[in-house]
Ligand binder design. Structure first.
Ligand code: ADP
Length: 233
């Protein structure tokens, strides 16, 4: 419809602006990060707790800005996916390992897998899917700050329409209220102090550009399940 078209054009213009901004902010930010890390290593600073503390804060805030800029670039640069037939489970495992490495919190996480036998390959752009899945796993791990269970299910969905692979990722984490759930795909919506609120908008954009869909089910205090459906061969 007309209003969808206007909304899409507006998003495209916004995306371009965001990409330009992100690009321009990156270089000075890198320079600041270098200065801070040099200052932290100066012999005169080592014995000076107040300065060390302030430099520590600067370094954390710079890292936060850097994450925001990266997220903004990923969000604003919607590359056209190059789908190929790819077995889904290895992609899922790689994304999970990447998320576990980046979170590296040492809390006990039990991973369970339930993968249907004889699955056809998914039709996906492996690089883009990696980003989407690692965002989902990172969120699941962050929702379980004292540990918990992570359940991965992959099934083949053969209905009247096209045949699809259904991947669900369930955590036993903090869960979400219905109000939170309604907003999670909005750019910049976050409930986390260190969050950018770009993770799920990126997930949704990637999955939808593959003609797939993503859905969420959640209960506060019980956990969350994200279900992604993707085209397959
Ligand atoms: P960020 O992780 O930077 O906050 P996201 O877009 O990835 O941004 O997520 C937005 C919000 O959705 C999070 O701040 C959190 O409130 C909620 N959320 C996402 N995944 C989960 C999950 N698995 N369990 C609980 N809450 C979640």
């Amino acid at each position: 419809t007309q209003s969808e078209l206007v909304a899409r054009e507006r998003m495209a213009a916004l995306g371009e602006l965001a990409a330009t901004m992100a690009h321009e902010v990156r270089n000075p930010l890198g320079a600041i990060a270098n200065c801070v890390s040099t200052l932290r290593r100066l012999p005169s600073q080592r014995s000076s707790p107040p300065e060390q503390e302030l430099l520590g804060i600067m370094s954390e805030e710079v890292q936060r800005l850097d994450a925001l800029i990266h997220g903004l670039l990923d969000f604003a640069r919607p590359a056209q996916p190059q789908p190929r037939p790819e077995p889904l489970q290895p992609l899922v495992e790689e994304a999970l390992s990447a998320a576990l490495r980046s979170q590296n919190t040492g809390v006990p996480i039990t991973v369970r897998r339930q993968v249907a036998p004889g699955l056809p390959p998914a039709l996906v752009d492996a690089q883009q899917l990696h980003m989407a899945l690692s965002n989902l796993f990172t969120n699941a791990l962050q929702a379980m700050p004292v540990g918990g269970d992570l359940q991965i299910r992959i099934e083949h969905e053969q209905g009247a329409g096209a045949s699809r692979l259904r991947l669900s990722i369930s955590d036993t984490g903090v869960g979400m209220t219905p109000e939170t759930q309604q907003r999670i795909f909005e750019p910049f919506f976050t409930t986390r102090a260190q969050g950018t609120g770009l993770g799920l908008p990126i997930v949704r954009r990637i999955i939808e550009s593959h003609s797939g869909d993503v859905a969420v089910e959640s209960a506060p205090g019980l956990g969350t399940t994200f279900t992604v459906r993707l085209p397959c061969d």
